[in-house]
Write a new protein. Structure first.
Length: 97
């Protein structure tokens, strides 16, 4: 699988369409149906809401303070989340049958 760039914020559009379809080709049909609607924070939350353009946490200080570095890539973390969700959906179906 293609790795995420470590210095760039992955977009919701990329995470939805690109990653899911590439990691799980069997979900391509469903991924193609998803429509990502772009809007501003003002349109969504209303006048007066203050938001930042990009939310990119800076973890350099945390890494230094704790002598730590992430042990899992973004792609691997998302794969684990998708796998867990898929397994939970399957288990829920089994309970209802």
């Amino acid at each position: 699988m293609k790795k995420f760039a470590t210095r760039h914020e992955p977009s919701v559009r990329y995470l939805n369409a690109g990653l899911i379809a590439r990691v799980y080709p069997e979900y391509q049909l469903n991924a193609d149906k998803v429509q990502v609607v772009e809007t501003t924070s003002g349109q969504y939350y209303g006048k007066g809401y203050q938001d930042v353009q990009n939310r990119v946490p800076k973890i350099a200080n945390t890494m230094a303070d704790l002598d730590w570095k992430p042990g899992v890539t973004m792609a691997d973390a998302l794969r684990g989340i998708y796998d867990y969700y898929r397994d939970q959906v399957a288990a829920s179906r089994d309970l209802s049958e």
